[in-house]
Design a protein around this ligand. Structure first.
Ligand code: DHE
Length: 585
């Protein structure tokens, strides 16, 4: 553990960040190898769609020749590596549209060249980097001249077919049947194993490993704290009953073909009543029964972009949060830039407030009062603030950094500015603090009150706890190995609020503490235990290498325990039951 001086931060680490901002950031934010390394894995990759067989469009005279096998292979490459930016239907998202009217105008030679060499606008150099062979480039250039295939829809019949109630509600325990302190249980994503590990926060022992969806993504907990919901990238939702002697899945359903978000109803009177999940493909969300996951209502998010008012065929559902102020889910629709306040009190007569926010909404969380929802429009470098009590957009705040990526963000009491919410950035090393107290600190509310430097660009998550005086910021996607294996810790009570000076921080060499030989372990997502006395980090290595969880004592910043186990394959997100249930972050 050591403390870095301000000047060092600005000069050395600034260089790394500039390199990242100027050179690598577009690659990270848009596309690159989409292979097994962590940075690559960050760009949306429609891996589940890549596995399906698509219908080959009818060939017309003059179309480039493609065999069925080539068409399927090209579609797989396209879904896995290109669709995240250019859209499944090739109508464009953060990347340009690639429909045949446009690609034919450019012609085969142009496509072959840009696929080979890339472009300064962020298109990766698939050919010269060796990620695609000459034959594959040739195949992709021909593929892009053809009509795009549309992957199948996933509606009620498909959902019902996949739906399974493994233990009916009446056969479940009527009281907790185990000795686990559930509130301090940690659900850990084992990404490439398609599992979650339930780790006891008191004893630090693995209590169970449960099979979930493919490339499992996040966990959320029901309002009562009993049911844990887990979603895989393949849209599989697992409902795990934490009261069972050995907590296990009691219901599951595949709600889409590519998905990232799941949440539960939290408003008083609706505790554990509903579960909602959002899909990237088909673009839709589904509201399910909170006891069984029976699908009740499927709503498409296809529609018009908030400002241009032009139609978008595949606006993906990004983060979803349950409101504490109304019986509503806050659903963030990425490409249309709309935040939907979905009223679940009457599913038959569904009322939705549609808030115009900003395009490319991604992840976000509530402020400390739970009244305001803060979400990153990450490719626009803005945070949209929604008043969940009034159901209105309160502000759009520029973070002055590149590609804010808050997770759910971190709330704390700043010594100068009062209550603030914070985010770090994927594209540079800055950390932005936004005032969240319109009553007590009206001047600071919804403005960027401070911005200072962390370890480096490539940060994904930031975290604190009401009982902690520390703000932890990771940098797992930083190109520098030492940086991506470390964490910066800021002392909240010592923040001076002066925008001209930097805040000092301590560096915790978490990766080194894990004592892992081989691979490039990246340290990702700080998460507190219930009491706010320990903070856990995933040391995320590739799936054939050793990974670990490192537990740090928050008061002393000293290593408390390294949890290693052959079953801990690619641990990434961690979700403490109590903190997730109560939105403490
Ligand atoms: Fe995530 C949250 C989407 C890659 C770990 N991620 C989210 C959310 C979305 C999202 C929409 C918000 C969910 C919510 O709040 O309801 N993530 C995406 C992607 O589209 C992306 C960029 C690429 C992809 O193809 O999936 C992506 N995410 C990753 C990773 O590679 C990470 C680092 C490792 C992993 O396990 O896959 C990762 N994402 C996480 C985590 C959260 C998350 C840990 C929850 C953070 C929190 O504290 O709430």
């Amino acid at each position: 553990m050591f403390t870095r001086a301000t000047t060092l931060k600005r000069s050395l680490l600034g260089t790394a960040a500039l390199l990242l901002a100027g050179g690598l950031a577009p690659a990270l934010a848009q596309d690159n190898s989409h292979g097994s390394d962590a940075a690559a894995a960050y760009s949306p990759s429609m891996t589940t769609l890549g596995e399906i067989r698509v219908e080959v469009p009818g060939m017309k005279p003059g179309d480039p020749v493609m065999t069925d096998a080539e068409f399927q292979a090209a579609t797989k490459i396209y879904f896995e590596r290109c669709a995240g930016c250019h859209g499944v239907l090739r109508k464009g998202a953060t990347g340009k549209p690639l429909t045949p009217d446009i690609t034919r105008e450019h012609g085969y030679d142009y496509l072959e060249s840009i696929l080979t060499y890339g472009s300064p606008a962020g298109m990766p150099n698939w050919g010269t980097s060796g990620q695609l062979s000459e034959e594959q480039i040739n195949m992709m250039a021909r593929y892009l001249l053809l009509e795009p295939p549309a992957p199948p829809e996933w509606g009620m019949p498909e959902m019902l077919d996949s739906w399974e109630v493994i233990v009916a509600p009446e056969d479940r325990p009527t009281e907790k049947m185990n000795d686990i302190n559930i509130e301090n249980l940690m659900s850990v994503t084992l990404r490439d194993a398609g599992q979650v590990a339930l780790i006891d926060g008191d004893t630090l022992e693995i209590r169970s490993i449960i099979d979930t969806g493919y490339a499992v993504h996040i966990s959320r907990i029901s309002a009562s704290g009993r049911y844990l919901m887990v979603i895989g990238r393949d849209g599989l939702v697992n409902m795990i009953d934490l009261w069972m002697e050995n907590p296990d899945t009691v219901a599951k359903i595949k709600m889409g073909m590519e998905a990232r978000s799941v949440e539960t109803s939290k408003y008083e009177g609706y505790e554990d009543k509903y579960v909602i999940a959002g899909a990237y493909w088909p673009p839709q969300y589904v509201i399910m029964d909170g006891d069984t996951l029976e699908p009740l209502k499927i709503v498409s998010t296809r529609g018009n972009i908030y400002d241009e008012q032009t139609y978008h065929p595949e606006p993906r559902v990004a983060s979803i949060l349950g409101s504490h102020y109304a019986p509503e889910f806050i659903v963030n629709v990425k490409e249309t830039g709309k935040i939907l306040m979905v009223d679940y009190s009457d599913l038959k007569n569904l009322k939705t407030v549609e808030i115009e926010a900003e395009r490319f909404l991604h992840d976000g969380g509530l402020d400390s009062t739970h009244r305001y929802f803060m979400v990153a429009a990450n490719a626009r470098n803005k945070i949209a603030v929604v008043d969940t009590k009034e159901g209105k957009l309160t502000a759009l705040v520029e973070t002055e950094g590149q590609t804010p990526h808050p997770g759910r963000g971190a709330n704390f009491m700043h010594p100068v500015f009062g209550p603030v919410w914070s985010t770090s950035h994927l594209g540079d090393e800055s950390i932005a603090l936004i005032g969240t107290d319109p009553e007590g600190h009206p001047e600071q509310a919804w403005t960027l009150v401070d911005s200072f430097y962390g370890l480096g660009g490539g940060s994904l998550f930031i975290k604190t706890h009401p009982n902690s005086d520390h703000l932890y910021v990771d940098a797992p996607l930083n190109p520098d190995e030492d940086t991506s294996a470390s964490v910066a810790v800021f002392k909240i009570s010592e923040m001076d609020g002066d925008r001209e000076t930097e805040e000092d921080y301590t560096v915790l060499p978490i990766g080194e503490w894990a004592g892992i030989e081989g691979g490039q372990p990246r340290v990702v997502q700080p998460e507190f235990n219930k009491q706010g006395t320990e903070v856990w980090f995933s040391v995320w290595n590739s799936k054939d290498q050793e990974s670990a969880i490192v537990v740090v004592d928050d008061a002393t910043l000293e290593l408390k325990k390294v949890i290693k186990d052959p079953r801990l394959i690619t641990p990434t997100g961690k979700f403490n039951v109590y903190n997730t249930q109560k939105d403490v972050y």
